[in-house]
Each structure stands twice: as structure tokens, then as C-alpha cells.
Ligand binder design. Structure first.
Ligand SMILES: CC(C)(COP(=O)(O)OP(=O)(O)OC[C@H]1O[C@@H](n2cnc3c(N)ncnc32)[C@H](O)[C@@H]1OP(=O)(O)O)[C@@H](O)C(=O)NCCC(=O)NCCS
Length: 173
């Protein structure tokens, strides 16, 4: 398995096309979007992925470093999104391996994401923990501020302050 960590600004056209293909297969409900553009919601600043010996990406995540608000505190987080394992490769530990590599490259002490309730167990198995919301963010469709209570906020690492609400000050990941 080959591990690649690359800044968004250094992504080659070929890498971008490969990631679009993986994300379109991995998120079929957003396939038509990912066929054109390799991100949805906040654009990552870095990409981390695992590929097979032929260079085909099998598991991927994106990272953006951002200063967010947590109650009265401000904190830099590594916002994580676009977490995806190729459907043919799920359940084989690639997601776990990806999370292991993430710890080594995180551009902030704390990782942050919001996710569907159905994948909370995956993140918990990788060391993430749920924290209290609600989470304020920019609505991707309207550009307006919105409050989300549907997607649990999760953090990785130490140093996430106690407080409410969590204000992402931008699009979610
Ligand atoms: C979620 C996803 C990334 C998991 O990747 P994966 O490579 O299949 O995960 P792994 O095989 O490394 O699993 C690691 C551990 O998490 C557990 N796990 C995996 N998916 C899980 C889920 N949906 N719920 C609970 N636990 C899960 C596995 O059982 C395993 O635990 P174990 O080692 O104790 O057996 C993958 O299913 C996927 O791409 N889903 C579609 C896209 C998606 O929903 N992404 C998340 C967006 S927030």
C-alpha cells in the first residue's frame, strides 16, 4: 500500500482525476458532483490517501486547518472530510490505516469533523470521540449561517476546549 500526503496546490491533474473517480464511486449520491470537482463543502488544503501498487487510490481523506470557535474559546483544528474507502475495499482496515497516518500529518493538535450517526462507530474505533454540539456553519446551498444538530461533532486528540456552540466559521468538512 502506498501512502500519499499532498498539498491541494500540488495536486496533479492525474491525481485530481483519480480522486474524483474514487469519490464519485464512494459517494454515489454525489457522483455527478464529484465527477467534475474533487471536493464538496469546504475545500481541503491537503489530501491523504492510500493506493494500491498500480497507483489506484483506495482510501482518501481531505484536511483543512482552520481556527474555529468553541463557546468562548478559539482553537485551531484540522478539519477532516471526504473520508472514503473504495466500496470493493471496505471492511479491510484501510479506513483505520488512513486514520493512523492522519495522526502523523495533522496540521493542528486536534482533528475535527461532523459525520452521519451511522459512521460514529468507525471514527470511535479510530480514536475519535463525540463532543457536545450544536455546530454552527455556512449552508452550502444558501451561503447563510445555519445550526446543525443532526451530524455529531467528533474530535481526535487532546486540547479541544469545553464550550458551546461550536462555530465552524465557514463550510463544514
Ligand atoms: C466509513 C468508511 C470510510 C470505513 O472505511 P473502511 O475502510 O471500511 O473501515 P475499516 O475496515 O478500516 O474499519 C475500521 C473499524 O471501524 C469499524 N467500522 C467500519 N465502518 C463502520 C461503521 N459504519 N460503523 C461502525 N463501525 C464501523 C470496522 O468494523 C473496524 O473495526 P474493527 O477493527 O474493530 O473490526 C467506509 O465505509 C466508507 O467509505 N463509507 C462511505 C463513505 C462515508 O460514509 N464516509 C464517511 C463520511 S463522514
Amino acid at each position: 500500500m502506498i501512502t500519499t500526503f499532498v498539498a491541494e496546490t500540488d495536486l496533479t491533474e492525474e491525481q485530481d482525476a483519480q480522486l474524483r473517480q474514487l469519490l464519485a464511486i464512494g459517494f454515489p449520491e454525489r457522483a455527478s458532483h464529484f465527477e467534475r470537482q474533487s471536493w464538496w463543502l469546504a475545500r481541503p488544503q491537503w489530501r491523504l490517501w492510500l493506493s494500491d501498487d498500480d497507483g489506484r487510490p483506495l482510501a482518501h481523506l481531505g484536511i483543512e486547518r482552520r481556527r474555529i470557535g468553541v463557546g468562548d474559546h478559539d482553537v485551531y483544528v484540522a478539519g477532516v472530510g471526504h473520508v472514503c474507502t473504495h466500496p470493493d475495499q471496505r471492511g479491510r482496515g484501510l479506513g483505520r490505516e488512513l486514520m493512523h497516518h492522519l495522526r502523523a500529518v495533522m496540521p493542528a493538535p486536534v482533528g475535527f469533523l461532523t459525520c452521519g450517526r451511522h459512521v460514529v462507530g468507525f471514527y470511535e474505533a479510530a480514536g475519535w470521540r463525540e463532543v457536545p454540539g450544536p455546530v454552527e456553519m455556512t449552508n452550502v446551498y444558501t451561503g447563510e449561517r445555519m445550526v446543525s444538530t443532526s451530524h455529531p461533532p467528533m474530535v481526535l486528540g487532546d486540547g479541544f476546549p469545553a464550550g458551546s456552540p461550536i462555530d465552524l466559521r465557514g463550510l463544514p468538512w
